[in-house]
Each structure stands twice: as C-alpha cells, then as structure tokens.
Design a protein around this ligand. Structure first.
Ligand SMILES: NC(=O)c1ccc[n+]([C@@H]2O[C@H](COP(=O)([O-])OP(=O)(O)OC[C@H]3O[C@@H](n4cnc5c(N)ncnc54)[C@H](OP(=O)(O)O)[C@@H]3O)[C@@H](O)[C@H]2O)c1
Length: 252
C-alpha cells in the first residue's frame, strides 16, 4: 500500500485525485488550510473505501509552511502531489500585494519546499513519484492574471528540471497542466467557469494514468493540447481579452 500525500486534497482536482487513489486502496494524507473541509473530505473518503485517511491542517501560503508540514508527518511518502493553488485576476498594480505574495508562497515556494524535503527519503528508498500541478497557463504569460500564469510557468520549469535530476535515481517527477476544470477555482478568483470546462474526475483519472506511465508533462483533453499549437502572441491576446472582460464584469 503506497502513502499518497495530496496538498489541497479537500476539493476540486485534489479531492478527485484522492477518490481515485482511495479506490486503488492507497493510504492518503490530505492537506488543506481548513479543518472543517479536511474532516468533510475524510468522512466522504472513509465512506467509499477502507484506505487509511489522515488529515493535516496546514496553511501552505505562509513562509516556512513546507517545513512545518514536514515536521508533522509521521510516515514516509511514496507519492507526493503538490496540487494546492489559487489564481488572482486583475491589473497587477491593483491586485493586493499580500494576496499576490500568498499566491506565490502557495503555488511556488512551498511546492519547492515539499519537493526538497520529501525527495531525500525517496532517494534513499530508490522509489517514489511526484506530481506537481501547473496549468495550461504555464505555456504563455497571462495578462491580467500575471502572477498566477508566471507561478505555473515556474512549476513547469522547476518540475521538468528536477525530473531530469531524479531520473537517474529511480524517482519519477511529472507535471499536470490542466485546462479549465469544474472546481471552486473560478469562484475563488471571482471569474466565470468556462462552459467547456472538464470535470475534476476526468482530469484526475487522466492524471493518475499518465503519472503511472511516467509521462513528463500531462495535458488532459484534446482541446487543451491543440490550443498549445497556437502562436504564443495569439494565446496571450486570448487570455488578455477573457480576463479583461471578467474584470469589466466584476466592476459593473
Ligand atoms: N480549476 C481549473 O480550471 C484549473 C486549471 C488549471 C490548473 N488548476 C490548478 O489545479 C490545482 C487545484 O485547484 P482546483 O481547481 O481543484 O481548485 P479548488 O477546488 O479551489 O481546490 C484548491 C485546493 O487547495 C487548497 N488550498 C487553498 N489554499 C490553501 C492553502 N493556503 N494552504 C493549503 N491548502 C490550500 C484548498 O483547500 P482549503 O481551501 O480547505 O485550504 C483546496 O483543497 C491548483 O493548483 C490550480 O491552480 C486548476
């Protein structure tokens, strides 16, 4: 039985990943900033499977949070899924500085921290997998959602680099780049969910299958893969138009 740690395992893509791993009989360690959400997810998962479901409350948008979380762990992690993240939309000078810092701490700094803290035990065993969740936003800059897209570009670049390092030592590191997915993500960033968003269950199933095949960069959905063939300038203009429209709507 593997132990799978999922940050942001209480909702959306993270919870769907948790359901899939629980179905396979793996033991889970779920992390989120909210105890109530954690207990709710734990109950749901216990009703569905016999897997051991451990929950740990940790706000990963704080400096030093990866180490704090690591110190709370009482077991080795076989599969690390760095999934927790959020987005912010607005003109960069108008986005609250503290919120932007929290985004960068959650989406990048503590993701790196967890990789650095958990990799050594994986290297010792000569086995382990890491799945870092980026986004299709990693493939081009995102006007009016600048730090979010930049954070995901960072995740993709960092994950590909450490995959190269880890390969010779028996560890697999993959990056998941979902497109729009039906989760709380959009309500949290106060935007509208695109009509063609995939379900979180679909994304999670593809992610786990491809993680098991050790695919370096996983982009679920044909449309999301085709979109990457468009020139970067066009993709940026598309993002800018969409996000500027969202800001206008919000300010009405
Ligand atoms: N949905 C999309 O369209 C989409 C597309 C591309 C990439 N992604 C990426 O997919 C990942 C998962 O997002 P989602 O769409 O599933 O959104 P979601 O439903 O909002 O889930 C986010 C998860 O992260 C946790 N989280 C948020 N802030 C946290 C913090 N400070 N400390 C610890 N945990 C925290 C949340 O739990 P608590 O609130 O209980 O802390 C929740 O479990 C993110 O990295 C996101 O950037 C999403």
């Amino acid at each position: 039985m593997a132990t799978v740690l999922i940050t942001g395992g209480t909702s959306g893509i993270g919870f769907s990943l948790a359901k899939e791993f629980a179905k396979k009989g793996e033991n889970l360690v779920l992390i989120s900033s909210n105890q109530e959400n954690l207990e709710h997810a734990q109950t749901e998962l216990r009703n569905r499977s016999k897997s051991e479901i451990t929950i740990i409350q940790q706000d990963l948008a704080q400096l030093g949070a990866a180490r704090q979380l690591f110190e709370k762990l009482d077991r080795d992690i076989d599969i690390l899924i760095n999934n927790a993240g959020f987005g912010l939309v607005g003109e960069t000078e108008k986005i609250n500085h503290q919120e932007d810092e929290a985004l960068m701490l959650l989406n990048m700094v503590n993701l790196v921290g967890l990789c650095k803290l958990i990799l050594p035990s994986m290297y010792q065993k000569g086995a382990g997998k890491i799945l870092n969740v980026a986004s299709v936003g990693a493939f081009q800059p995102g006007p009016y959602t600048a730090t979010y897209f930049a954070s995901k570009a960072f995740v993709l670049s960092y994950s590909r680099a450490i995959r190269y390092e880890a390969k010779k030592r028996g560890i697999q590191i993959c990056t998941l780049c979902p497109g729009a997915t039906q989760t709380n993500f959009f309500s949290k960033e106060q935007t509208t969910m695109p009509k063609d968003a995939m379900t979180a269950d679909e994304v999670a199933q593809i992610a786990i299958n491809k993680l098991m095949e050790n695919q370096s960069v996983i982009v679920p959905g044909m449309k999301n893969r085709l979109m990457q063939l468009f020139p970067e300038k066009l993709k940026m203009a598309f993002v800018a138009r969409r996000k500027a429209g969202e800001i206008k709507e919000r300010n009405k």
